[in-house]
Design a protein around this ligand. Structure first.
Ligand SMILES: [Zn+2]
Length: 287
């Protein structure tokens, strides 16, 4: 039972759903796709086993190897490599004479007018290496951004407390000015200052008070501004960064945590579609 729990991803709080595809025209039977097509929704219910515990258990069950073993069914780029032209998945095949695999667009093989690179073979080792390098660069950028965000949020916090102090001081001054006005009135009614003197000093105090009220209003405005600046959360990123630093190579988990698709455009050209698009967009927008 414990083994079952430790090997079942659902117990980590993720819900796994099978995406089913029709077996063919006229067929009512549906066939389960392989696990790459599973729909995993994390955090759907409370986890019995934490994700970390789950992963640790997997390692122990697999034999406690530090460097993740290549799982033949979960090779790193499974389901990610697509043709840059027709956008369909490339077919993965074993090399006959040399070791390793290659990818090829086989969809348009019988199509005369195709722009697809029919016959071209793209080495899996090259693609994995390129993806791994790109992940490293992406994470380095993202880490820089996270540090910057941290710096910004630190500055923001001190600006907020400074602003709060200023407002408090101004409010104290307002109270003092009210007291001044009251004393002036008392002096005037008791006859220790003339009416002209009283009116003159009252006008001065009123001017100071309205100046003060204006400063308080501006202070509140600034506070609202500071409150509306939301530094983005680094949490998601840190999880992936940890994964990257832990592993010594490209794994299925790492690739699928970050990459949506890889479009192969030529022997030395690929386009990676990231899952963390917002990180890049943000960075491009600000720098
Ligand atoms: Zn194609």
């Amino acid at each position: 039972m414990v083994y079952k729990i430790l090997t079942n991803y659902v117990y980590t709080g993720a819900t796994v759903g099978h995406r089913r595809k029709s077996a063919g025209v006229g067929s009512r039977k549906s066939i389960p796709q392989d696990q790459a097509d599973w729909i995993v929704v994390e955090g759907m219910h409370e986890a019995i086993v934490s994700k970390e515990e789950f992963e640790m258990a997997q390692e122990v069950i697999r034999g406690g190897v530090k460097k993740p073993k290549r799982n033949p069914h979960y090779y790193p780029l499974k389901g990610l490599v697509c043709c840059g032209n027709c956008k369909r998945a490339l077919t993965r095949r074993k090399n006959r004479n040399v070791s390793g695999y290659f990818y090829q667009c086989t969809h348009s093989m019988n199509d005369r007018d195709t722009e697809c690179p029919v016959g071209e073979r793209y080495s899996e080792a090259w693609l994995e290496n390129a993806a791994y390098n790109a992940i490293g660069q992406m994470l380095a950028l993202a880490e820089k951004k996270a540090m910057k965000n941290h710096e910004i949020s630190k500055r923001r916090k001190s600006a907020i407390s400074e602003c709060a102090d200023t407002i408090r001081d101004l409010q104290k001054q307002s109270e003092q000015l009210k007291a001044v006005k009251l004393r002036l009135y008392e002096k005037y009614t008791s006859g220790s200052i003339t009416k002209a003197e009283y009116l003159k000093r009252k006008a001065e105090t009123d001017a100071k008070m309205s100046e003060n009220e204006e400063a308080i209003r501006k202070g509140h405005e600034r506070m609202q501004e500071l409150d509306s600046e939301h530094p983005c959360s680094d949490e998601r990123l840190n999880t992936v960064l940890g994964e990257y630093q832990r592993n010594e190579g490209l794994t299925y988990e790492l690739a699928h945590a970050l990459i949506d698709a890889i479009y192969v455009r030529g022997q030395d050209s690929i386009e990676i579609v990231w899952k963390f698009k917002d990180i890049f967009e943000d960075m491009e927008g600000k720098e």
